[in-house]
Design a binder for this molecule. Structure first.
Ligand code: SF4
Length: 194
């Protein structure tokens, strides 16, 4: 968790540090000015664990849903954001979803794991769009595709981390560890930048 994250830092962090699932949700949110329920829930909990405070989360979502009125935002979304932060209902400290929860969840190209839930063609195009500025090139794609065909989704994601962080194959996200949680991916990426 990073202290002092603010809503206006998220676009930059998304571009530099997000795994593909969260990058996809962030991109969809920016494109559509909206995200469906499961996307809001999954992405919202990720942002909480990333270090976005409740106040900044409300700023973030309010600015992201910029085509609705304050009234609609307050009625339909504010409660759920506060709920995710344990400030409503039974006030639970909800954890962010792990890779296995996302992988086993409802198949969705909006809020699922892209390695599992995208078509191969869409996966490859999107990988290049998202990560070519960090060194991912088309010659890396066959290797990623092979891992996906073997249903080794975490391994594919880990390999993308290695490629985009100039790490060797087998380094994983550090010390050979592989990706098991989107927040672990983002936290490690942010640490490496320091
Ligand atoms: Fe996200 Fe995990 Fe899938 Fe990577 S393997 S894209 S972190 S759900």
């Amino acid at each position: 968790t990073t202290e002092g994250l603010s809503a206006d830092m998220i676009d930059d962090i998304a571009r530099k540090h997000y795994p593909m699932c969260m990058r996809n949700m962030h991109t969809n949110l920016r494109r559509d000015h909206h995200l469906k329920h499961f996307g809001r829930l999954t992405y919202g909990l990720f942002l909480k664990v990333l270090g976005l405070s409740l106040d900044e989360a409300i700023v973030f979502w309010r600015k992201s849903f910029d085509r609705i009125t304050d009234d609609k935002f307050n009625k339909e979304y504010r409660y759920n954001i506060r709920h995710s932060y344990g400030q409503e209902g039974k006030r639970a400290n909800y954890p962010a979803k792990s890779c296995s929860q996302i992988l086993q969840g409802e198949p969705s190209s909006e809020h699922g794991c892209p390695y599992r839930h995208f078509t191969m063609e869409n996966l490859q195009t999107t990988l290049l769009t998202m990560y070519s500025s960090q060194g991912l090139q088309s010659h890396h794609l066959p290797e990623i595709a092979d891992l996906v065909k073997k249903q080794s989704y975490h391994v594919a994601c880990t390999r993308v981390f290695e490629i985009t962080h100039s790490m060797k194959k087998g380094d994983g996200i550090g010390e050979g560890e592989s990706v098991t949680h989107p927040n672990q991916y983002a936290a490690r990426s942010m640490e490496l930048e320091k």
